[in-house]
Design a protein around this ligand. Structure first.
Ligand code: PEP
Length: 249
């Protein structure tokens, strides 16, 4: 019922030239794909190149972050309108690297999410616990808090433009993927939380991606789980062949 999404987060990788080369490698490999939505999130500087390269294909382009104000004296920030003008249709919000290194909080995630969906972008909102939190048995509580504080108070139409990415921090860039069972358990907890703060229909419709060392050889086991609706892929999205293999799981 829920359409799968495979999204690639390039983080701080790829110049414009490297972006063009990536799409020229990727597009011929995924032309026949119709079973999922495909999203690529390059750095801000390569967004317009990516939009041009992905024109007339099924690939949608995402930013990796956005600011909640419309414009103003906010050095280094980029608004929803600016992203839409360049051709972005998605943005990632609240990635754990932004939470860990750049002071992102549940409150800023909430403000960015409201601004993004209010301005017509789809938001891929990231949540996930630290290793110490999982070891202390707090994983579900942490993720519940992130979902409640980051995503409460949205209106009905906005909800259809929210995608949640569950990314346990201990699995990101470490090669240590969560087992499909661990991931599915958290996805079910996120869906339950959504049912509590909204309703059953919103929870059933919510697309929840798993992220954390997704590779061509582990994607199909993850995608077999009912509550896993796709993947947010970091390292393995940088290479056209491995990203295409994940898309064609
Ligand atoms: C990410 O950056 O969102 C991510 C999941 O990275 P990786 O796939 O490299 O673990």
């Amino acid at each position: 019922m829920r359409r799968p999404i495979i999204a690639g987060n390039w983080k701080m990788f790829k110049t414009r030239g490297e972006t063009s080369a990536f799409f020229q490698g990727l597009i011929p490999q995924i032309q026949a794909v119709t079973h999922c939505d495909i999203v690529v999130a390059p750095p801000f500087t390569a967004l317009s190149t990516a939009v041009d390269e992905a024109a007339r294909t099924a690939v949608k382009i995402s930013a990796q972050d956005v600011y909640w104000e419309k414009e103003g004296a906010f050095t280094g920030q980029v608004s929803v309108k600016m992203l839409r003008e360049v051709g972005c249709t998605y943005t990632i919000i609240g990635h754990s690297e932004r939470r860990q290194y750049f002071g992102e909080t549940d409150e800023t995630v909430h403000k960015k999410t409201v601004a993004a969906v209010g301005g017509g972008l789809k938001a891929i909102v990231c949540v996930g616990e630290l290793l110490a939190e999982r070891d202390a048995g707090q994983a579900v509580d942490v993720v519940r808090r992130q979902v409640c504080n980051g995503l409460a108070g949205l209106t009905g139409p906005d909800l259809s433009n929210i995608i949640v990415a569950y990314e346990p921090v201990w699995a990101i860039g470490t090669g240590r993927t969560a087992t499909p069972e661990i991931a599915a358990e958290m996805h079910a907890a996120i869906r339950k939380t959504f049912a509590e703060i909204y309703n059953g229909a919103a929870a059933d419709a919510l697309r929840i991606l798993y992220g954390g060392s997704v590779k061509p050889d582990n994607i199909s086991a993850l995608m077999k789980k009912e509550d896993i609706d796709g993947a947010l892929v970091g390292g393995a999205s940088l290479d056209p062949a491995s990203f295409a293999a994940i898309i064609k799981y």
